[in-house]
Design a protein. Structure first.
Length: 214
């Protein structure tokens, strides 16, 4: 897990160092995914963390609303602080959202949810969170929508790099229910929920982008 800090020291904005390194590559994949859609809508970001991805990407997708969310109160504060400093007017106020208890259709806005995003989420959470994310996203999205997952994965039961194996050990030392997930397991669960096979993009630092469309 990345250590968050406040670079300015005088406001509520938290900063994750990896964000600035990976945001352009992630946005490139997302931009391509959105180019296939003909209608505007709401982008629901689960576990938005610091709020930096929302502040960076939402202004570049002006035809959509961006709904940030998180389960941690200090993250909600940080997200809204980044939102306050962002010139874009399409970022909605951050909401408290627990995947194990809440539903995507509880979001109050005027546009349907067309994408659900999970950046670095399912490996830093119990498997039940991945299950809930996929099943609830499938229920909330229509046939033009997609679920986007970014992070490290095992493939065919094996880690794709020694650093990912070390990361997996570190995650499990913090919480035995965490860990780098098997891409085939995630895919099988998504297929069962009604998604098509994923569009897979290899990313830097041995991560992957997975886009599951209805």
């Amino acid at each position: 897990m990345a250590r968050l800090f406040n670079p300015a020291g005088n406001d509520d904005r938290l900063h994750a160092p990896a964000t600035s390194r990976n945001r352009d590559a992630i946005f490139g994949v997302l931009q391509g995914a959105f180019s296939a859609q003909q209608t505007s809508g709401t982008i629901f970001e689960v576990a938005s963390g610091t709020g930096e991805h929302a502040a960076y990407m939402a202004p570049r997708l002006p035809n959509h609303l961006w709904q940030p969310s998180d389960i941690e109160d200090d993250h909600i504060v940080s997200i809204n602080a980044w939102r306050a400093e962002c010139p874009a007017d399409n970022i909605l106020p951050a909401i408290s959202f627990n995947l194990l208890a809440d539903q995507f259709d509880a979001v109050e806005n005027q546009k349907p949810i067309i994408a659900v995003l999970g950046f670095n989420l399912i490996h830093i959470a119990p498997w039940a969170v991945a299950t809930a994310l996929i099943s609830k996203a499938a229920a909330a999205l229509d046939r033009s929508g997609f679920l986007y997952l970014y992070g490290p994965y095992r493939r065919d039961g094996e880690h794709t790099a020694p650093s990912n194996a070390d990361f997996d050990v570190s995650l499990k030392s913090r919480n035995a229910l965490w860990g780098v997930r098997d891409m085939e397991e995630v895919t099988a669960m998504a297929l069962d929920a009604g998604f098509n096979p994923p569009e897979i993009t290899a990313m830097s630092a041995n991560n992957y982008s997975l886009i599951f469309r209805k």
